[in-house]
Design a binder for this molecule. Structure first.
Ligand SMILES: *Cc1c(COP(=O)(O)O)cnc(C)c1O
Length: 406
């Protein structure tokens, strides 16, 4: 049985409208005993801390198809989708472009061919009784180009599921104008009498996109006590994928607020910062590009949830992104990623996805055995370091990688 613990958000956070897409119960957190053992048994000094790894199963957070981190973000977008006067517009400079006469009739979004985000938008649309149109870019990353069978890559996995869910799919190449500007598509829909609502890739450029994971921070903070953690009593390190950025950004802002409230208050409240590490998965853009975005998204979410001084309260010191595990390209499985995928399957019986979470697992295992973590434990006098791996979903893409996973 999952514990029924209410997520108590403070005002004004608890007044922000949210439409439930996830299960009422928090997504589970459970230990990864074998992985913890592997990480602890290392040829370092005798004083090596015990590494206790847990997983938060965002891939089991919702009854809708292919549960993953985008549903949590979308919960905060639905009220805007249903509003006759939505606050989010395709271009800030053309706010009238999304003026809808009445609530949206179709959700439009974009992604790479094997995008998990588009599947979650489509499933949500269907659940809400709306249509979905997804724009898929064959040239985002190198998954398509490097596949031994690009035709299969463009039909299996999330593409098949998008079709099953009844999305209208349009595929583009990087040099097609639609790959960078969805405006003509939105115009076309309007002319045909539909009312499109545009959701940017990963929902991260949407000003409400960071709220879901700000709420997740409160959920995790509540679950920390149920996990009966040793050491600091907190998850000292939290590893999560960073793609479009609002997942890690939401967590950063949410934990800022958690800490500022000293939830649970009193002397029992454990001390010490949680280190939130975003593992990047694409070498396309430099780390600084992602850091700037994550900081911006974290501040935007911070403002909304009640960190009214978020410009001051959230700084670059809060943003930790690791670009050492990006591999050869977005959506390309290198040896390290493949190893992590197999290791998690063969030791814990858990499926990761080839694009995001396998790279996070590779990064986390590297960190768990690093000098840095040992030094952290020594500095904070911890015999035990608690590590949380956030499983953000995405396993449905596996079949598109049939030629490269096993
Ligand atoms: C989209 C996605 C991510 C990245 O989340 P962002 O908020 O875009 O950084 C991580 N894991 C999976 C499985 C995803 O689908």
């Amino acid at each position: 049985m999952r514990p029924r613990i209410p997520t108590q958000l403070p005002p004004p956070f608890n007044q922000l409208p949210r439409y439930p897409i996830l299960y009422h119960e928090p997504s589970p957190i459970h230990p990864l005993p074998t992985l913890s053992q592997i990480s602890t048994r290392i040829p370092h000094a005798d004083s090596s801390p015990r590494i206790c790894i847990f997983a938060k199963r965002e891939d089991q957070s919702s009854p809708l198809a292919c549960a993953g981190n985008k549903y949590r973000k979308l919960e905060y977008l639905v009220p805007d989708i249903f509003s006759p006067t939505p606050t989010y517009h395709y271009h800030e400079s053309h706010p009238t472009n999304q003026t809808l006469q009445g609530p949206a009739t179709i959700l439009v979004t974009e992604g790479a061919l094997q995008s998990n985000h588009t599947v979650q938008v489509t499933a949500l649309a269907r659940k809400l009784g709306l249509k979905a149109l997804v724009l898929l870019n064959r040239d985002t990353g190198s998954g398509y180009k490097t596949s031994s069978s690009p035709d299969h890559f463009a039909q299996l996995g999330n593409v098949q599921i998008n079709k099953l869910l009844g999305a209208e799919i349009r595929m583009y190449n990087a040099d097609d104008p639609e790959a960078t500007d969805a405006q003509p598509v939105l115009e076309e829909l309007r002319k045909s009498g539909q009312r499109p609502y545009w959701i940017p890739g990963g929902a991260s450029l949407h000003h409400l996109g960071g709220l879901g994971y700000a709420r997740a921070a409160f959920e995790i903070a509540e679950q920390e006590s149920e996990c009966r953690l040793g050491g600091s009593g907190l998850f000292d390190f939290i590893f999560v994928a960073c793609g479009s950025g609002s997942t890690v950004a939401g967590l950063i802002s949410g934990f800022k607020l958690v800490d500022s409230l000293r939830m649970g208050s009193g002397d029992n409240w454990p001390r010490g910062p949680r280190n939130i590490i975003g593992i990047l998965n694409s070498p396309t853009r430099p780390r600084a590009y992602h850091e700037e975005r994550v900081l911006r998204f974290a501040r935007t979410a911070g403002q909304l949830i009640g960190l009214f001084n978020s410009e001051r309260e959230i700084t670059m010191d809060d943003v930790h992104l690791d670009d050492r595990f990006v591999g050869e390209g977005y959506g390309v499985i290198d040896d390290e990623t493949r190893k992590a995928l197999s290791m998690m399957a063969e030791t814990e019986g858990i499926l990761l996805d080839p694009v995001y979470t396998a790279k996070v697992a590779a990064g986390m295992m590297h960190w768990a055995q690093s000098e840095e973590m040992i030094k952290y434990a020594e500095k904070n006098r911890l015999g035990e370091v608690n590590v949380l791996f956030i499983h953000t979903g995405g396993q449905a893409a596996l079949s598109a990688y049939f030629d490269r996973v096993v």
